[in-house]
Design a binder for this molecule. Sequence first.
Ligand SMILES: C[S@@+](CC[C@H](N)C(=O)[O-])C[C@H]1O[C@@H](n2cnc3c(N)ncnc32)[C@H](O)[C@@H]1O
Length: 377
Amino acid sequence: MAGRTQEALYRELDLELSWSEEALPQIERTKHVHGLHPYLGKFVPQLVEVFLRRCFRPGNRVYDPFCGSGTTLVEANAFGCDAVGCDISAFNCLLTRVKTGRHRSAALELALRGTLDLALRGDGAGERASEWARRWYAPRALFELLAYRAAAEALPEPVRDVARVVLSRAARSARLTTHFDLDFPETPQREPYWCHKHRRECRPVGEAAKFLSRYTDDTLRRLRAFAAVRTDRPVAVLHADARAVELPEPASGIVTSPPYPGLIDYHEQHRYAYELLGLEDRRDAELGPAVRGRRREALAGYADGMVAVFRNAARFLRPGAPVVIVVNDSLDLYPAILDRTGLELEERLTRHVNRRTGRRAGEFFEDVLVCRSAEGR
Ligand SMILES: C[S@@+](CC[C@H](N)C(=O)[O-])C[C@H]1O[C@@H](n2cnc3c(N)ncnc32)[C@H](O)[C@@H]1O
């Protein structure tokens, strides 16, 4: 966006991609599995739908090297494409696997309700909890989360993964945070506080059971809703570094939104899940969070990382394959990144974003870089 005047910016806006709140309300942006778990930095599914229609055909294979919570993979499947995604965050891979997995509805419901019953009657007393968990949960909430975890770990796959997502979502809601700062809480809130969101005095959460129960219902409902619109096309989720990942098969093109430099630490963002589920922590390989304060070397490292990801991806693409990259490029890093990667920019579309999925207020602009792969395999 740097260097462009307001007038030029408004001239370049792609109105088909700049939905108003009325045209695209939150309920549509978080339809079926897209609302399975809160996730910062997810792009709206309707944006993916537009570019699947513009650049792909059913039967193609769509690749997302930064699949995050799985938006591209879910939409590619619904569109009739094969899909393959990669992410460095084990939690994001878990979310994507659960969203795109094929679940047997009746058996899943029986297993999840059984797990909840067992947990609510159960005993989390013997379960180990990390120091972080003891700090961020009221004793009763932690006890209930640990009892649910014990019951969930006894389940067979893939039901166990679904239960882990229910547990993670409940663990997020049950933290000792204020209601208005669930995204970036810094210290546990132990006393009643004035709540800016509800405009009254609120108390920190003392239990987790009500969330476990509410999210069990919601998860079942969302998975059923996606099952009604999904296709049989295969979906693969790889927990790997996109700079070096080996795709099992060539891809027809890419739809992705890379991490923004210095904005969100995707491991820290879902810390509760890493703590409770004991997931593998690969934060050292995460591109983005290292760039704090826009230090020149860190930005150069980010750009090198992006170049490595798109060069690696090019090994699996035919020349001319569509590569759609959604970015908030306020630092104007992408022209050089594309240049070094050998991607040919066809169109740079600017989109007005009213509000993203999640609770970040305010408005901003993001760019969609529609490119073509120039390198052959
Ligand atoms: C902006 S988010 C993608 C969001 C996604 N489009 C969605 O709608 O959920 C960027 C993702 O890049 C992942 N990431 C960061 N560094 C990575 C790396 N080296 N390899 C693979 N994924 C990485 C982060 O874990 C994060 O999930």
